[in-house]
Design a protein around this ligand. Structure first.
Ligand code: HEM
Length: 495
């Protein structure tokens, strides 16, 4: 048999020519495979998957604000289109009816689609990954502590935390709003979860002695932030890398929580907090395991932190850029402060009076999708909803882009809280989702946000240090430099 040698010029040439041809054929086949996907004869929505498998259009999408990517695609393909992002073929849509149906079919036809790193950081027993049956039982269990009735007794704790955080700004000429907002939200979350402000945990000092931070809550916050930064990182367990550090911090928090849970189960310590309600029997009499309890504590920390602090920072920015809104909020909040005896904490009745502040929160949530670019659903079966084919294992992304549709919100690019004087059309304003997985923390978030602006506006005025600060859009939208502002203390009646 004659051996082939690449040293032969003809063979070398044809080999070199062969590589691009093979590559071309591969890419053609790859693209054709996606475009030919059908469910019951219906083709997937039009779109493009770009050239390379796995990467798809990810880099292009991440290089733009979500709205711009969406506008580009919508112009070309319509309001429902196919793409390939984050390693998965994906359908994105701003169609209200389609979104509503996907929400209604969640836990029936669809499960949540989240990155695998999120799963390993939050834990596989997280509410996010629970299947229909257990999900329903746990949602029923947490319904009580998240109800307005129960949260009402937590308002003083939110108020005290807010006063501490805002008082700490007195000696600072400048703060970074996003950083402060995160600190505030996380302190509330830990108090809500395990009553750390009034309950003593002596063993934590030893367990957390090598963790940076002056107090137990600061140490827990430090560990949590390290954990969180691994959620969207590449999943390499290599010392020094974000994901590795995140898993180590998670382990440390778990050790602490194990001890806290053991004390509660033994009846030695009893508090009126979220952890205590997770230890109650579910409707069928069964109890959550320690792992389930711990994973759901991580879930609440993660779900409350990014969302609420993102809303807070954009609200601060929006209010400053809209003097009429600022003036009206100031009048509203000053009036509430004037009506209260000195030192009295906020009540539910006070929060209910914050109408313009609530509209401003809604308008901020309308304009910025604080949960990130989109969150997805996926199915292990082919699904067809009206004329949209969703093949199995594809992701259907819920983008909430209809918040920016002029048919539902005229002049959608304009920040106009007063539009919320009228209730939006059904299913067109859904910052907290819909259906069986609607955000359970929405009232807690609302109370935190209203309290924050009550103390900010009645105690300070502020000027942004960088009026033209850019925006980082991914994974969660925030001002590029965490929004540094200069604060000036103000007294009631001051402009
Ligand atoms: C402005 C603040 C917030 C916004 C905009 C927000 C929004 C959302 C959205 C859109 C979802 C997904 C719903 C779905 O998949 O259908 C969600 C889920 C969730 N949120 Fe929130 N959230 C906020 C604050 C909070 C807070 C403060 C907590 C808890 C302390 C919380 C806990 C959760 C949990 C546990 C889930 C998962 C629910 C499930 O899968 O059953 N969120 N949130």
């Amino acid at each position: 048999m004659m051996a082939l040698s690449l040293s032969e010029p003809g063979l070398l040439l044809s080999s070199l020519l062969g590589v691009p041809v093979l590559l071309f054929l591969f890419v053609l086949g790859y693209a054709a495979t996606f475009h030919s996907h059908r469910v019951d004869g219906t083709k997937v929505p039009p779109g493009s998957f770009w050239l390379f498998p796995w990467i798809g259009e990810t880099l292009h999408a991440l290089s733009l604000p979500p709205q711009e990517f969406f506008n580009q695609k919508t112009k070309k393909y319509g309001i429902t289109f196919s793409t390939h992002v984050m390693g998965t073929p994906t359908i994105l849509s701003s169609d209200v009816e389609l979104t509503k149906t996907v929400y209604q079919q969640t836990n029936k036809l669809f499960d949540l689609a989240l990155p695998s790193t999120t799963a390993s950081i939050l834990g596989k027993e997280s509410l996010f990954f629970m299947k229909a049956d257990i999900h329903k039982k746990v949602r029923n269990l947490i319904k009580v502590p998240f109800s307005v009735k129960e949260l009402e007794s937590f308002i003083p704790s939110i108020d005290r935390t807010c006063q501490n955080v805002t008082a700490s700004w007195k000696n600072q000429e400048q703060i970074r709003v996003y950083h402060e907002a995160k600190k505030y939200v996380l302190n509330i979350a830990w108090n809500y979860l395990i009553t750390i402000d009034t309950q003593s945990y002596p063993y934590m000092d030893k367990m957390l002695e090598d963790v940076p931070g002056a107090t137990q809550i600061e140490k827990l916050a430090h560990l949590y932030f390290t954990t969180q930064s691994g959620m969207m990182a590449l999943p390499f367990r290599i010392p020094g890398l974000k994901y590795y550090k995140a898993l180590n911090s998670r382990k440390k928090i778990q050790e602490v929580l194990k001890q806290v849970i053991a004390d509660r189960r033994s009846g030695e310590v009893e508090c009126k907090d979220f952890l205590q309600s997770l230890l109650l029997p579910m409707e069928d009499g069964s109890l959550l395991t320690d792992d389930q309890v711990m994973d759901n504590i991580f879930t609440l920390l993660g779900a409350s932190d990014v969302t609420t602090s993102t809303c807070l920072v954009w609200m601060v920015k929006n209010i400053h850029e809209n003097p009429k809104v600022y003036k009206d909020m100031k009048a509203e909040l000053d009036a509430i402060k004037k009506s209260k005896p000195e030192g009295e904490l906020l009540t539910l009745e006070d929060l209910k009076k914050m109408t313009i502040t609530t509209w401003t929160m809604n308008e901020t949530l309308r304009m910025i999708n604080v949960v990130g670019w989109f969150f997805g659903r996926t199915s292990d079966k082919d699904v067809q909803i009206k004329d949209v084919a969703i093949p199995k294992n594809w992701v259907i992304g819920l983008t909430h882009m209809f918040h920016l549709d002029e048919r539902y919100f005229p002049e959608p690019e304009k920040f106009n809280p007063y539009r919320f004087e009228k209730t939006p059309m059904p299913f067109t304003f859904t910052p907290f989702g819909q259906g069986c997985r609607t955000c359970p923390g929405k009232d807690l978030a609302r109370f935190e946000i209203l309290t924050f602006f009550y103390h900010l506006i009645t105690n300070y005025s502020w000027e942004p240090v960088e009026p033209n600060e850019g925006t980082c859009w991914h994974p969660f939208p925030h001002p590029e430099h965490l929004h540094p502002v200069k604060l000036t203390p103000r007294h009631l009646g001051d402009n």
